[in-house]
Design a binder for this molecule. Structure first.
Ligand SMILES: Nc1ncnc2c1ncn2[C@@H]1O[C@H](COP(=O)(O)OP(=O)(O)O)[C@@H](O)[C@H]1O
Ligand SMILES: [Mg+2]
Length: 249
């Protein structure tokens, strides 16, 4: 763990590190709430609060990108749960935007069939009304926008004027837009996206990637001057049994 924290040193100075335990390690007897809800409310609550404190009252919506350095770090898990908790806590509309064209997750995450999405907004020459494309999410005040059915080059798309137009439209309607990005060191497009957002949350899966890899990801984000708001140490496992941990913590 110390290696990961060392690698996240720079981010730590100005941002928050939240630890997320695997759902399976939560004791269901400890609460009447289902496991999933408990994880979402307690652990993502810290992250949601920190993000809100980074953006005290502002008249336009904020766009947060959630990203991991490699696939399966837990980016979709964190982005979707962060969006759910923000929607519950801010009392204003929140958008989950799936921006991973290489491995779209909106249908899996929200149980909606992939329909029109980001790539279809400008596919007919004239822009479509976003409200006809955005889907309701599984939580009050939560909405979701998928990648869509039109084939695009993601890097060019995220750098385009059209995408800038989409972001300015969602900023007017949604208090927060949480973007689920493709892995930072596997594809070039997330860095184009990073330069357009108000802040980045880095997801680091516990004991998986080497610290040099994580540092490279952080440096890439810094290279486009996008602030790292926080880091999530995902799937953190406790080295002492859960019961003892609860007694001493
Ligand atoms: N903290 C967690 N607890 C339980 N399952 C998790 C957790 N983080 C990720 N997963 C699961 O691990 C898998 C990969 O995570 P995912 O979020 O899809 O990764 P990525 O988007 O980075 O490729 C998914 O099945 C997801 O549900
Ligand atoms: Mg994903």
């Amino acid at each position: 763990m110390s290696k990961i924290f060392d690698a996240l040193r720079k981010a730590e100075q100005t941002s928050t590190i939240v630890e997320v335990t695997p759902e399976a390690s939560i004791d269901p007897a400890a609460t009447a709430q289902p496991r999933r809800e408990r994880v979402v409310e307690t652990e993502f609550g810290y992250l949601a609060n920190s993000i809100q404190s980074c953006f005290p009252s502002s008249s336009f919506g904020r766009v947060i990108m959630v990203v991991g350095c490699a696939p399966r770090e837990g980016c979709t898990y964190v982005a979707s749960n962060l969006a759910r908790v923000l929607a519950r806590s801010v009392g204003a509309p929140v958008l989950y935007m799936d921006a991973n064209f290489h491995d779209p997750s909106m249908d899996k995450e929200f149980g909606v069939r992939q329909q029109l999405g980001l790539s279809d907004v400008y596919s007919n020459g004239k822009p479509r009304d976003l409200s006809t494309i955005i889907q309701p999410g599984d939580t009050e005040q939560l909405f979701a926008l998928g990648t869509g059915s039109n084939r695009v080059s993601p890097a060019a798309f995220f750098s385009s004027k059209q995408f800038e137009g989409i972001l300015s439209s969602v900023r007017k309607v949604f208090r927060y837009t949480v973007i689920d990005a493709a892995p930072l060191l596997k594809y070039p497009d997330p860095i184009h996206l990073a330069s357009r957002v108000d802040g980045v949350v880095m997801v680091v899966r516990y004991k998986r990637l080497k610290r040099q890899v994580i540092r490279k990801g952080l440096e890439l984000i810094e290279s486009v001057d996008s602030p790292v708001l926080g880091a999530v140490l995902n799937r953190r496992k406790f080295s002492i049994p859960d019961l003892i941990y609860r007694m001493v913590s």
